[in-house]
Design a protein around this ligand. Structure first.
Ligand SMILES: C[S@@+](CC[C@H](N)C(=O)[O-])C[C@H]1O[C@@H](n2cnc3c(N)ncnc32)[C@H](O)[C@@H]1O
Length: 371
């Protein structure tokens, strides 16, 4: 037997061992304590300290991984967001120690795309900038530290959220937060039929579906002193919309969250209304909501204007963004309505910032409202 084959076999064996442990520990809890909420199950499958899909570092994003995100499309996404962050910095009076807080930074690719672009194209902003990553999982923090090594002290990994002035950014963080499955007075719990996982329905009084996401809003609001929160995700604003669980592995949608436990991503569309209500209760103001297509188009139209109120040049050569075939392909993927353009929405919240006479660049063409 060749050595490569041996390695492959060993890898497969390791994964089997890990998942057996995860599946067994989930079964043990259900046997001992009865059916558990889907939020608890999702927490185990994605974030179990040793064997979870994310916390174990097993999740791969991109062509060779389980699914694509805006970040994995290429550096253009980070470059466009960097331009939006720079505009925010200008609006806050070009403060020193302007902080970008990123949460859900995964392997640090978005941070790298932003920092490289700002260093090369926006040097004054680079001087004023501090990049903070909030990362609960040591294995992901190690990956991020390796990837961002060249930026030295510019990037920090605080142990807990700290007060900041600047912008909090996340891409597909909220959809990965655990949720309970409740509709029409019934909750779906995860139970066992001998060794098989099954849904068990129980009647329930009024309950909160997405408590971790609401706790997240409270935490950011408590730490944001002045500035913005920008969250990009796929979600709904309509109460009647049927929210569904998505399970993804190797670029396929799986039929059940009980397939490939610990080896597949599990997400739920974001309930934007409850996020906004919680944000407003915490003193944050909605300053923009639109789909990704309109958001990125707004940023592009402002790039290269250099603060001028002239109409956009409509010419890539006027912009600091790259003018290459690869960048245009990336742009098409990010904007196209049947690719990522309409699937994702962008929510911006503000705190201790005077109401804008002009919207932020990304919301210049905003079509939706959530106020
Ligand atoms: C769908 S991935 C998105 C990764 C990256 N933002 C991108 O767009 O490619 C979700 C990420 O959120 C992270 N995550 C989930 N809950 C988190 C939390 N409370 N704090 C920080 N990261 C979290 C997961 O570990 C995972 O890396």
């Amino acid at each position: 037997m060749k050595i490569e084959e041996l390695d492959v076999d060993r890898c497969a064996f390791d994964v089997l061992q890990l998942n057996t442990s995860l599946v067994e520990s989930i079964r043990e809890t259900i046997r001992a304590q009865g059916p558990q909420s889907f939020a608890w199950f999702m927490q185990q499958a994605l974030y179990h300290p040793e064997h979870g899909y994310y916390s174990s570092g097993r999740c791969e994003i991109g062509r060779k991984g389980d699914y694509f995100t805006n970040v994995s499309v290429g550096p253009l996404f980070g470059q466009l967001l960097a331009s939006q962050f720079c505009e925010i910095w200008e609006r806050l009076g070009k403060v020193n120690d302007f902080v970008i807080v990123e949460q859900g930074a995964h392997d640090g690719q978005f941070a790298l795309d932003v920092l490289e672009f700002v260093q090369n194209c926006l040097p004054e902003f680079f001087e004023a900038l501090v990049y903070r990553i909030l990362e609960p999982f040591p294995i992901l923090e190690q990956q991020q530290r390796r990837r961002l090594e060249a930026f030295g002290d510019k990037v920090k990994w605080p142990d807990s959220p700290e007060p900041f002035t600047g912008v909090h950014f996340s891409n597909e963080l909220l959809d990965a937060m655990p949720v309970r499955l409740i509709s029409d007075g019934t909750e779906k719990l995860v139970g066992l039929d001998s060794d098989k996982f099954v849904f068990v329905e129980r009647p329930i009084e009024k309950a909160v579906l997405n408590q971790p996401a609401l706790d997240w809003v409270d935490e950011i609001a408590a730490n944001l002193q002045r500035g913005y929160v920008i969250a990009i995700d796929y979600g709904c604003t309509d109460e009647d919309f049927r929210r569904t669980v998505q399970v993804r592995a190797q670029h396929r949608n799986l039929h059940s969250p009980f397939d490939s436990i610990g080896e597949a991503d599990i997400t739920m569309s974001v309930d934007w209304r409850s996020i906004v209500e919680r944000a407003q209760a915490n003193g944050l103001r909605v300053t923009g909501f639109t789909d990704q297509y309109h958001f990125l188009t707004g940023i592009i139209s402002q790039c290269g204007r250099g603060g001028s109120s002239e109409p956009p040049a409509g010419d890539w050569s006027q912009s600091p963004l790259p003018d290459s075939r690869k960048a245009k392909r990336e742009l098409q993927t990010l904007l196209h309505p049947e690719m990522l353009g309409r699937a994702f929405q962008v929510l911006a919240l503000a705190k201790n910032v005077a109401p804008e006479t002009n919207p932020l660049a990304g919301f210049e063409f905003a079509t939706e409202s959530l106020r």
